[in-house]
Design a protein around this ligand. Structure first.
Ligand code: ACO
Length: 173
């Protein structure tokens, strides 16, 4: 499939939110942009499956979820890195902006669902995704950006400038 430029895509948020310095550090065969309505076709779920169990809901349900995220403006920032040769997604990540009543109506950025295709790991794509999401969080006025991860991923996030704080608690339904 030939590479599809941003101008031909229905994007989750304006691409200007992605910082230029992160764009400039990517290899010329790669492009970073917001998630697009047609990204089900570009292997979005397949990349996410390196992270956890992914059940394919079908394209119509995937697009309904995309539209639900877009209906909450300035809240969901899902980004992807696309291989321009194949027009396939090779890395993904999301920042979700939580608006609070404390800290003078402050906001917190939650980084979620970071995944890099197995064949592309170790090439700084994870780092670029985190750098872009952190800038988006900070430019959204967040006083902190946080995430949960396994012990084995702590060194990766430390390389991205994060430090260990507190504990995660979980209760699964
Ligand atoms: N242990 C130690 N160091 C690591 C690790 C690790 N597990 N992963 C990356 N690093 C280091 C790299 O060596 C590199 O260091 P350098 O700058 O000294 O060379 C630096 O961190 C940046 O690494 P990247 O090349 O950007 O890492 P990559 O593109 O492979 O992305 C990621 C890392 C996202 C963890 C990827 O390997 C992946 O998708 N793993 C499977 C899914 C996963 O675990 N996702 C994270 C879940 S947590 C969350 O979503 C909030």
């Amino acid at each position: 499939m030939p590479f599809t430029p941003d101008s031909e895509l229905d994007l989750l948020f304006p691409p200007e939110h992605i910082p230029d310095n992160v764009r400039q550090q990517l290899h010329s065969d790669l492009h970073i942009r917001p998630l697009a309505l047609t990204d089900y076709q570009r292997g979005h779920l397949s990349v996410l499956s390196v992270l956890t169990v992914v059940t394919d809901p079908g394209e119509a349900a995937w697009q309904a979820q995309f539209n639900a995220l877009r209906a909450a403006p300035r809240t969901y920032y899902s980004i992807v890195i696309v291989d321009k040769i194949t027009d396939r997604i090779v890395a993904v990540g999301t920042t979700f902006i939580e608006r609070k009543f404390l800290r003078g109506l402050g906001s917190v950025g939650h980084i979620e669902d970071i995944a890099v295709d197995k064949s592309q790991q170790g090439k700084k794509l994870g780092l670029r995704i985190i750098q872009a999401l952190t800038v988006i969080s900070e430019n959204s006025g967040c006083y902190k950006t946080i995430l949960n991860c396994s012990d084995s991923n702590i060194p990766f996030y430390e390389k991205c400038g994060f430090e260990k704080k507190e504990n995660e608690m979980a209760k699964y339904a």
